[in-house]
Design a protein around this ligand. Structure first.
Ligand code: ADE
Ligand code: ZN
Length: 380
């Protein structure tokens, strides 16, 4: 995986792949986006809890909800910023009490991910949201782990968990959570940092991240979503993260962009989230084309798909529909970047890359006729 200091370059696109990309007509871009295998590296599992499941679980567990119906809850999903979303997101998670609830939530997500051709999922979970309410850590992780195992066995998705610390809580609380997690060390591959960003800089968690690195855990952190580029710099320097979640505000600091590009530091970008949380006013204003043009290892993900209007393929479709600068080469690059940025083994990455190349080959017109292009327009 990436470290902050080594200069690295992207794997070059083989000439025959470049030729297929050049031949792919724009009308077939949606088919490529939908069918290409991809890694989902930025999904909060609690953010996949659909309103229907929230109501089912509330009934099952006898939890009273402050909304009279699914429709009323969905109507409340009009966010003004990150905090306005987090308030509803934490309230939604209050229906999760039993191991079966965590399994059901994660399994529902994996079924959707499989339909989007996700081959690898590195899934965030927020244990403090649950342990704070008296739900044992064991209940959370057993349910999620069981769903990951079944996703692999039945859907062919390689799925792993990443434990996120809530940055609005103290470092002491994070240490306490790590303590509760350690008996389950084999059930998660890394740690992350999420929740309210502004006012909670990465360096607040320097010691707990140092301990996690000593334990051999992978380390990632949200930075530069709403917070300034300086938070990206301290996530790199102090937390020594291997990926930056979001990171879109890096473009405000040219030296930082150079550093991120030279080290191939992945930025897990979530376009629908950024528009819903007003990081960008419209999808047409999103800086994904600029991130890619700057040579950054950007990837596309869904963040909290139940709240932001769509899962992984919807993120790709809506982003490419709004940004005509993005074409087949960028689609391919984003899929390749997602494998490169993942914590999977190199053999799996090579298999997924070969599958990606095969999908592209079947869509490139001179090698195979493919589907009727008029059915494949990029429409949101
Ligand atoms: N937790 C869930 N979604 C988040 C986001 N987009 N940013 C920070 N914390 C989160
Ligand atoms: Zn996130």
């Amino acid at each position: 995986m990436t470290t902050a200091s080594e200069p690295r370059s992207p794997a070059p696109i083989p000439p025959e792949v470049a030729a297929d990309l050049a031949r792919l007509p724009r009308e077939r871009l949606p088919a490529l986006l939908r069918r290409m295998p991809k890694a989902e590296l930025h999904i909060h599992i609690e953010g996949s809890l659909e309103p229907e499941l929230i109501f089912d679980l509330a009934r099952r567990n006898g939890v009273a909800l402050p909304y009279p119906s699914v429709e009323a809850l969905r109507a409340a999903y009009a966010f003004t910023d990150l905090q306005s979303f987090l308030d509803i997101y934490y309230a939604g998670a209050s229906v999760l009490l039993q191991e079966q609830d965590f399994f059901d939530m994660a399994w529902a997500y994996f079924e959707k991910a499989a339909a989007d051709n996700v081959v690898r999922a590195e899934v965030f979970f927020d244990p403090q949201t649950h342990t704070e309410r008296g739900v044992p850590f064991e209940t959370v992780i057993r349910g999620l782990h069981h769903a990951c195992q079944r996703a692999h066995a039945e859907l062919g998705i390689s799925a792993q968990l990443i434990l996120c610390f809530l940055r609005h809580l103290s470092e002491e609380d994070a240490f306490d959570t790590l303590e509760q997690a350690l008996p389950w060390r084999k059930y998660f591959i890394g740690v992350g940092l999420d929740s309210s960003e502004v006012g909670y800089p990465p360096e607040k968690f320097a010691r707990v991240f140092a301990r996690c690195r000593e334990l051999g855990l992978q380390v990632v952190a949200h930075a530069g979503e709403e917070g300034p580029p300086a938070y990206i710099t301290t996530a790199l320097d102090v937390l020594q993260v291997q990926r930056i979640d979001h990171g879109v505000r890096c473009l405000e600091d040219a030296a930082l962009v150079q550093r991120l590009a030279a080290s191939r530091m992945p930025l897990t970008v979530c376009p629908l989230s950024n528009v819903k949380l007003k990081v960008f006013e419209r999808m047409a204003d999103h800086n994904l084309p600029a991130l890619l043009a700057a040579g950054l290892c950007a990837t596309v993900h869904s963040d909290d798909p139940a709240y932001f209007g769509g899962y992984l393929n919807q993120n790709f479709i809506d982003t490419f529909a709004a940004l005509p600068q993005l074409g087949a080469t960028e689609a391919y690059t984003l899929a390749r970047n997602s494998f490169e940025a993942s914590f999977a083994d190199e053999r799996s990455k090579a298999v997924w890359t070969a599958e990606l190349d095969a999908v592209l080959r079947t869509l490139a017109p001179s090698r195979a006729p493919g589907p009727n292009p008029t059915q494949d327009r990029v429409t949101p």
